[in-house]
Design a protein around this ligand. Structure first.
Ligand code: AOS
Ligand code: ZN
Ligand code: ZN
Length: 387
C-alpha cells in the first residue's frame, strides 16, 4: 500500500504553468463579460498569476502569448515577474489573428506569407532569449473549410519546411513544442489535427521538437490517456495544455468536466515517468474564464491537478501489476478505482499548512481582500481581453 506520506516528495515537485490569457476577459462569439479588477497590462496579468502561486505553491511560471503580451523590454518583464515570485515560461506564437493568414500561415501557398509566419516565430525565439524561456509552443489555426480548397499533401510539405527553418534557429536549450487540434477554426481539415501528425512532424525535425497535448483537442470518446502513454513511450510528450470540455474546445477548468479522465491521464504520466525529477514534461493550463472569476478559477484548476495527481500517485502499483499479470480483470480495475476514490483533500490541506500555505487556498483568497483591492485599484484603463 502507498500512503500519503510516501507521495509528498513527488507532490512537492509538481509545477503547473498558468497562461497569461486566463487573467484577461474572455467569452464566446456571443459575448465577452468583464470582471472588476481584470488586468490592464501584461504586468497585471503576471501579478495575478503570482497571487495564484502564493496561495497554492503550484504555479511558479506563467506562459506568455505573442503578440498579446508584447512589450518593449522582455528582460525588464522577466525581472518584474521574478520580483513577484514567478518566472516567465512558455512563449506561445500566434499566427491566427492577422488577415494575411486567412488561408494559412506556415502552410500557406504564398512564400511571402510563410516568410512572415516563420519570422514571427524567430521573433518569439528572441523573446525567449530575454525571458529565459525554454519552450516555443506552436498552435496553428491552419486548415481548410471545404474539400478541394487546398492540397492536403502540399500543405503538409510546406509545414515541414517552415518548421525546419524555425527549428534551425533554436538554441541548444530551447524546445519547439507542436500542439495539435482536430478542428476549429478550420472545419474541414486542420493541418496538425492529431498526435500522429504532430509526432511525424516533430520527429522529422530532431530531438528538440516535441508534442503538446491539449486535453480539449480530441474527438469525443478519444482515449486521451492512451495518447499520453504512447507519446511518453516515444519520448516526445513535451507538454500538456490542461482544460476540460463537455463538447468541443471548451477551455473550462481542468478536472471540472471529468475528474476521472484527469486521474487516468495523471496515472499514465506517473507510469511513464512524467513526474520523475529528470522529466521534461511541462504541465500547463490553457483555459479561459468566461463567467467565473479568474484568479479563483486558476487556483481551483491547479488544485484539481494536484488532487488527481495525488490520487494517481496512490495507485498500489505492486497490487496492480500482480492483478494484471495474473489476469485478474476485476482485481486490477479495483486497485485503480481504490486510488481514484481516495479522498485526499484532508491530507493535502494538512500538508499545505505544514509548508506555510493555506489549507484551503480558495477560501484563503476569498478572505484575503485581494479581489476587492484589484477591483478598486484597476478601476480606470482598458481591461485586457483574451485576444
Ligand atoms: C487553441 O485552441 C489552442 O489551445 C492554443 O493553445 C492557443 O494558443 C491558446 O488557446 C491560446 O490562444
Ligand atoms: Zn492549447
Ligand atoms: Zn484549444
Amino acid at each position: 500500500m502507498t500512503s500519503f506520506a510516501d507521495i509528498t516528495g513527488t507532490l512537492e515537485g509538481l509545477a503547473i504553468e498558468v497562461p497569461s490569457w486566463a487573467y484577461g476577459n474572455s467569452g464566446t462569439r456571443f459575448k465577452v463579460f468583464g470582471t472588476p479588477g481584470t488586468p490592464r497590462s501584461v504586468e497585471e496579468k503576471i501579478a495575478d498569476a503570482a497571487v495564484v502561486h502564493r496561495h497554492t505553491g503550484l504555479s511558479p511560471t506563467v506562459a506568455l502569448h505573442i503578440p498579446w503580451d508584447r512589450v518593449d523590454d522582455y528582460a525588464a518583464l522577466r525581472r518584474y515577474a521574478e520580483d513577484q515570485g514567478v518566472g516567465l515560461g512558455t512563449i506561445n506564437s500566434n499566427t491566427f489573428q492577422d488577415d494575411d493568414y486567412r488561408l494559412g500561415s506556415l502552410t500557406h501557398v504564398d512564400a511571402g506569407v510563410r516568410r512572415k509566419a516563420v519570422d514571427h516565430h524567430l521573433e518569439c525565439l528572441e523573446v525567449m532569449r530575454a525571458t529565459g524561456s525554454r519552450d516555443l509552443k506552436i498552435w496553428l489555426a491552419d486548415g481548410t473549410n471545404y474539400p478541394g480548397q487546398g492540397d492536403l499533401r502540399g500543405r503538409q510539405d510546406r509545414l515541414a519546411d517552415s518548421l525546419a527553418e524555425i527549428y534551425a534557429h533554436l538554441d541548444p536549450e530551447h524546445r519547439l513544442v507542436l500542439e495539435y487540434k482536430f478542428f476549429e477554426p478550420a472545419f474541414y481539415h486542420t493541418d496538425v489535427p492529431d498526435w500522429g501528425t504532430s509526432y511525424a512532424q516533430v520527429s522529422a525535425l530532431g530531438p528538440q521538437a516535441v508534442v503538446c497535448l491539449d486535453t480539449g483537442h480530441h474527438a469525443p470518446g478519444t482515449n486521451i490517456e492512451f495518447i499520453v502513454m504512447q507519446l511518453l513511450r516515444l519520448g516526445r510528450l513535451g507538454s500538456f495544455d490542461f482544460n476540460s470540455r463537455f463538447y468541443a474546445d471548451d477551455d473550462l477548468i481542468v478536472g471540472a468536466a471529468d475528474p476521472f479522465q484527469l486521474f487516468r491521464i495523471m496515472t499514465e504520466v506517473v507510469r511513464g515517468g512524467g513526474l520523475a525529477p529528470e522529466s521534461e514534461v511541462a504541465l500547463m493550463l490553457d483555459q479561459c474564464h468566461n463567467i467565473e472569476e479568474k484568479i479563483p478559477g486558476q487556483i481551483r484548476s491547479v488544485l484539481n491537478v494536484q488532487e488527481m495527481t495525488a490520487r494517481a500517485l496512490l495507485v498500489d502499483t505492486d497490487a496492480l501489476v500482480g492483478a494484471q499479470e495474473s489476469g485478474d480483470v476485476l482485481g486490477a480495475n479495483a486497485v485503480l478505482m481504490d486510488a481514484f476514490y481516495t479522498d485526499v483533500r484532508g491530507d493535502l490541506a494538512t500538508w499545505r499548512e505544514s509548508r506555510g500555505l493555506p489549507a484551503d487556498p480558495v477560501a484563503a483568497y476569498a478572505a484575503s481582500g485581494h479581489r476587492e483591492q484589484i477591483a478598486a485599484e484597476r478601476a480606470g484603463g482598458t481591461q485586457l481581453s483574451w485576444t
